[in-house]
Design a protein around this ligand. Structure first.
Ligand SMILES: [Zn+2]
Ligand SMILES: [Zn+2]
Length: 435
């Protein structure tokens, strides 16, 4: 099976065993060491001379058997969030592991080779869509259709944000190559908000008052959900509860195709960052049914996560390592100042005069790059199509830097954002620091 999750930095081992006829009926363990921070283990059994030989396959970890597939499979994998049926879904502990073989039938000498691939945890961009619906609310698509559509769009994760219901989070089938994040869109009569990462973050959606909304949000937070205010400046369902009444950590800056409502939210987010708030921008298509304009992954939220799992992706969102792009093809923005990345806070001394802002851009069709800070639009440049590595000297006195890429949207026939980064935050330290 071709699994995109295994990257070039995987560790590959080959274990060989020559099994003679006298050992028929014996369980044979081929041991291997698993280092710290391994995301996935893949095992493939190759029996060199199949004729008259039957070798069964299983796997054990440091604390016991992980699973058994007998003669039914030649290839299996385990991860903390998913595994081949027959194998336990558990954290991958470092230590001594073993491929367990059963020499069920052996004629003469049977030579076997076992390939073990281990994927170390390592930060890389994972693309997905944080907002979509299924027939568990008001979309015509079943969960399996949503999953097929998301994979066809090239997405690597999705969040199932059906309106006011949790049944989708119980019903979906875990996928080998698509991470599904349990979610719900709290849909009140006066505004919407996504809750991510928990199958049932609150008991009852029926908010009739501000106090009800605050109660549901507090309940979701206590249950560990990440909560974003959705399309808060939408013409039809804006956040009528009053944005100033809440301390949202996440905001859906980009909902579906780029529209005026998104621009209003972008401006509002900029103003909130200017007030010193640490608010992370997210995006999602809000795809319901067939629609010429609204597409899976339009926009795509790229997350720099160390693990392709709900925990890995949500953890990276919490850190703010997210960049929103118009499609799964990008473009992609990464930022760095003094080793600090998007979402991080860099402490700067009052004495430092300038900082180097390093910008990496991939797959841009060309257009304008706009650098925003707590000063507003700090500067802009025209960039050609392609990849770019740029360094700019910036003032340390601003409380954040972030980037927007604008270009021509062929479908909308308009000049629109193609990507929006999250900020690197700056905090001045020094004798006279006022925090
Ligand atoms: Zn909504
Ligand atoms: Zn929605």
């Amino acid at each position: 099976m071709n699994k995109p999750i295994l990257t070039s930095d995987k560790i590959t081992l080959t274990l060989k065993e020559s099994i003679s006829e006298e050992r028929q009926g014996e369980y044979i363990t081929l041991h291997f060491d698993v280092p710290e921070a391994i995301e996935e283990i893949n095992v493939r059994l190759i029996v060199k001379n199949e004729k008259g030989n039957t070798i069964d396959l299983g796997l054990e970890g440091p604390s016991g058997m992980k699973g058994w597939s007998g003669g039914a499979r030649r290839s299996i994998f385990v991860r903390e969030d998913r595994a081949t049926p027959g194998y336990l879904i558990e954290e991958i502990d470092p230590g001594k592991w073993g491929v367990v073989l059963n020499a069920y039938k052996v004629k003469g000498v049977c030579n076997v080779e076992v390939k073990v691939d281990m994927q170390p945890e390592a930060p890389r961009w994972i693309k997905g869509d944080l907002h979509m619906h299924s027939n568990h609310s008001d979309s015509p698509y079943s969960l399996s259709e949503v999953i097929v559509n998301a994979k066809e769009a090239g997405l690597e994760y999705i969040a199932l944000t059906d309106h006011n219901t949790f049944s989708q989070n119980e019903a979906f089938e875990p996928q080998e190559d698509l991470v599904i994040i349990p979610a719900v869109e709290l849909t009140t009569n006066r505004g919407h908000s996504n809750f991510y990462g928990v199958k049932k973050p609150f008991n009852d959606f029926r908010c009739q008052s501000m106090a009800d909304v605050k109660h549901v949000i507090a309940e979701g937070e206590a249950n560990g959900a990440l909560i974003s205010v959705n399309h808060p400046h939408c013409d039809h369902c804006w956040w009528e509860w009053g944005l100033e009444e809440f301390e949202f950590d996440y905001v859906e800056v980009w909902n579906g195709p780029w529209r005026e409502r998104n621009l209003r939210t972008l401006h509002w987010w900029q103003s909130q960052l200017g007030l010193g708030k640490r608010m992370i921008a997210l995006g999602g298509s809000d795809k319901h049914g067939p629609d010429e304009w609204i597409k899976y992954g339009g926009p795509t939220t790229f997350i720099k996560a160390s693990k392709h799992s709900p925990e890995g992706i949500l953890g990276a969102i919490k850190e703010g390592r997210a960049c929103i792009a118009s499609s799964p093809e990008g473009p992609l923005i990464d930022l760095e100042i003094n080793g600090h990345r998007m979402g991080e806070t860099l402490l700067v001394s009052e004495e430092s005069s300038y900082l180097d802002l390093h910008v990496t851009i991939e797959s841009f069709n060309g257009g304008r790059m706009k650098v925003y800070s707590s000063d507003g639009l700090s500067f802009e440049r025209t960039l050609n199509q392609g990849n770019h590595r740029l360094t700019f000297q910036v003032k340390p006195s601003n409380s954040f830097y972030r980037i927007e890429l604008w270009g021509e949207d062929k479908q909308l026939q308009d000049f629109t954002p193609q990507a929006i980064s999250n900020p690197i935050f700056l905090k001045t330290t020094g004798a006279d620091s006022n925090g």
